[in-house]
Design a protein around this ligand. Structure first.
Ligand code: ADP
Length: 489
């Protein structure tokens, strides 16, 4: 029996999951770490604490699995994307806290670069936003004397979290990042799949501080000097969390898409060998590189999905636990004309209106908590409807089905609404830990635990499918009511 360890380094916790070759979960370990908020809108993580929680999670997962570290055949990494670390090659020590993807400290830098947006968009597929890594690096170079000094001495190493973990796993012998993570930095040209000199100049990032860009599935190096694992285990798969989820959903063909319904929601559509530029406010990104072949994706995210259910729970005190929303919403046949736009922190793709705020409209004397709960679920599904429509417009591809995962995908009513609004089949897999699964797939493929994509397709299993049940007129009614409400949000 072969065993693959997936390290899932997320925004609030690190996890380690051990899978066997039949995709049974053998052991899990998890540890939360500190969120550091030095100023309003700033978010940091301590890289040493991240590393400690990774080692801790691996130890726990091994204990739970009853396995010895030497039995692990391969390690895959998936990670919170865009979060950026600077460290020194001599000492391996971080020179500053990791600047997290959510951190808004580079808002002014981005405003100053707005005139360059067409260039960044064309080369990187991204928009100039504090979300991405490049301006975080520029900020460190300008504001952290130790980072500046290391840059002058040639000992500076920059990396996203995948790269930082790979460096630590190999005791500093490998400084590399996979294409999916590199495509979130604003520094890599997604057409040439190489760091772009012009963009590095604009952001004043010395190319020597950047990692080597590698594929998503190959042996990058071997463990060395770790507490939780013996030396010599290959690290052989890396992808950013959303790309790993698409891979874990076996979304290998162009036109396949997945949506992860967590706090927010993330939709990724595989567009195959083509980097599809977006005219509708989506991002063009790299899904993965296997062998020599790059697969591209379109991405659209909503800041709020399951978080709207949390708001019903905590803000309005409608129920005690999030899953109870389903029974409450199902206790009425429709929302009684109520529409809810969950723009609690602004609207993301395809509207990009940071100033928009949530809205509940169509309230009458007969409106109850149940109608509002139902309208919230409809609002979550409608946001995905709009993103999918934008993806279909950009790519010219008509979606066949949507694969789903994440905490809120357990909600059958929400999934039925999604099928109804999209007029597409919604497919929920048995294994909804798709992020870890994707990292494990990538790592296992490189060392022969699984032979090829076909074998992975066969190991992936459906839990339940949801078929559209409403008429075209009913669908049109939902869409019109939603559009009216969004225009007022
Ligand atoms: P994250 O990884 O972003 O923390 P998870 O994938 O763990 O998110 O999902 C948690 C989110 O899903 C929470 O916002 C919660 O409100 C929501 N959620 C969990 N279960 C349900 C459910 N049955 N119906 C609707 N929302 C749910």
């Amino acid at each position: 029996m072969s065993f693959v360890l997936a390290i899932d380094q997320g925004t609030t916790s690190s996890r380690a999951i051990i899978l066997d070759e039949k995709l049974n979960v053998r052991g899990v370990g998890q540890k939360e770490f500190t969120q550091i908020f030095p100023k309003p809108g700033w978010v940091e993580h301590d890289p040493a604490e991240i590393w400690y929680t990774v080692e801790y999670s691996i130890r726990t997962a091994l204990e739970n699995a009853g396995l010895d570290g030497s039995q692990i055949d391969a390690i895959g990494i998936t990670n919170q994307r865009e979060t950026t670390v600077a460290w020194e090659s001599d000492t391996h020590k971080a020179l500053y806290n990791a600047i997290v993807w959510q951190c808004g400290r580079t808002t002014d830098i981005c405003a100053g670069l707005k005139h360059r947006e067409p260039l960044f968009r064309q080369k990187t597929g991204l928009v100039v936003d504090p979300y991405f890594s490049g301006t975080k690096m520029l900020w460190m170079l300008e504001n952290v004397p130790k980072v500046k000094a290391a840059a002058e001495h040639g000992t500076l190493r920059f990396g996203t979290i995948d790269c930082f973990l790979l460096y630590r796993l190999t005791d500093g012998s490998v400084h590399a990042t996979d294409v999916s993570n590199a495509s979130r930095t604003l520094l890599m040209n997604i057409n040439t799949v190489a760091w772009d000199g012009e963009l590095c100049d604009i952001l004043r990032v010395p190319m020597g501080a950047l990692p080597r860009i590698v594929s998503s599935s190959e042996v990058y190096g071997h463990t060395r000097g770790m507490e939780s694992l013996p030396d010599g285990i290959p690290i052989s798969g890396i992808a950013g969390d959303q790309q790993a989820a698409l891979f874990g959903q076996a979304g290998f063909e162009d036109g396949q898409a997945k949506c992860t319904y967590g706090t927010g929601s993330f939709l990724l559509m595989n567009t195959g060998k083509h980097a599809v530029p977006s005219n509708t406010g989506l991002l063009t990104t790299i899904a993965w590189k296997l062998g020599g072949e790059v697969t591209y994706a379109l991405e659209g995210s909503s800041f709020i999905a399951g978080a709207a259910v949390q708001w019903l729970r905590d803000g309005l005190e409608f129920f005690h636990s999030a899953p109870q929303v389903e029974a409450l919403a199902a206790s009425v046949p429709d929302s009684g004309g109520v529409v809810m736009v969950p723009a609690l922190v602004g609207l993301g793709a395809p509207h990009w209106r940071p100033d928009a705020r949530g809205l509940i409209c169509g309230i009458s004397r007969g409106t109850t908590r149940a109608h509002i709960a139902r309208a919230v679920l409809e609002g979550i599904a409608m946001q995905q409807y709009e993103i999918i429509k934008a993806m279909e417009t950009d790519s010219g591809i008509s979606l066949k089905q949507l694969r789903v995962d994440g905490g809120a995908s357990a909600n059958n009513l929400l999934m039925q609404m999604q099928a109804d609004f999209l007029d597409r089949t919604i497919v929920r897999p048995k294994m909804i830990e798709t992020t870890a699964l994707g990292a494990a797939f990538l790592a296992g493929l490189a060392v022969g635990v699984w032979k090829d994509l076909d074998e992975l397709r066969q190991t992936w299993r459906v839990d339940r499918e949801f078929e559209p049940k409403i008429t075209a007129e009913e669908r049109e009614g939902y869409v019109q009511r939603w559009k009216d409400a969004v225009s007022r949000a």
